[in-house]
Design a protein. Structure first.
Length: 225
């Protein structure tokens, strides 16, 4: 998802870093702004690639409401407001201005990421079938694998093996089980063919090849750490 850019707007550097760290773990590209004026400038310069904005309400120079009004004059980009306020009237006011969702501070970063992903799936149809596994983006419809924005050259069998591993993330899979599900039951070859395919896949994934663990005496497990 490195081609998905999120603009994070908050006057607290600590808060921006927290949000940035969690979103980057999911493969998003992040732009930052520390106040409303800077946010509008960055948005104007990157409007075509920003897919979502996380916007704080209380900020110097221009508050979140003012930024929201100006952006909504010519853009429908999804906007999640970050606010310490919990007043119903404030939320209704925001929805009238075009807010897509509210998240009240303090919040769970994992919940924030889940909300971001949910909104992007609703508003970006091309993302619906794609899933991100620690920076490895798999598109089942196109049968493609992308890492850091670069599509990998993979054979059909390599793709199917990787897809089977990630679909069973966190589960230790025996070689026999992998053979039965990826090569099908009519395969009578040596199970060591799995090892050679795993080696190739790890090489193609680069530093993310470490997500495929060898489980001694059993087989393999995919787990993002």
């Amino acid at each position: 998802m490195s081609d998905i850019t999120v603009l994070v707007v908050d006057d607290e550097a600590r808060m921006r870093k927290l949000i940035k760290d969690f979103l980057m773990q999911k493969g998003y590209s992040i732009l930052e702004a520390g106040d409303g004026e800077e946010a509008l400038k960055i948005f104007a310069e990157n409007q075509n690639k920003i897919k979502l904005i996380l916007l704080d309400v209380m900020m110097p120079k221009l508050d979140g409401w003012s930024v929201l009004r100006q952006i909504r004059q010519d853009s429908k980009v999804p906007i999640i407001m970050l606010t310490a306020r919990g007043e119903e009237q404030d939320e209704l006011f925001g929805f009238e201005l075009g807010v897509d969702e509210y998240i009240s501070k303090p919040f769970s970063p994992k919940i924030l990421v889940a909300r971001v992903e949910a909104i992007l799936k609703r508003t970006s149809p091309e993302l619906k079938e794609q899933r991100d596994y620690g920076g490895i983006v798999i598109d089942p419809e196109g049968r493609t694998v992308t890492v850091d924005g670069k599509q990998l050259e993979m054979s059909l069998r390599e793709y199917e093996l990787l897809k089977y591993l990630v679909d069973n993330e966190g589960i230790a899979l025996s070689r026999d089980k992998i053979l039965n599900n990826v090569w099908n039951y009519d395969y009578y070859g040596d199970s060591r063919t799995i090892d050679s395919h795993i080696k190739k896949i790890r090489h193609k994934l680069g530093k993310r090849g470490k997500y495929i663990e060898t489980i001694r005496g059993i087989g393999y497990k995919f787990e993002v750490k």
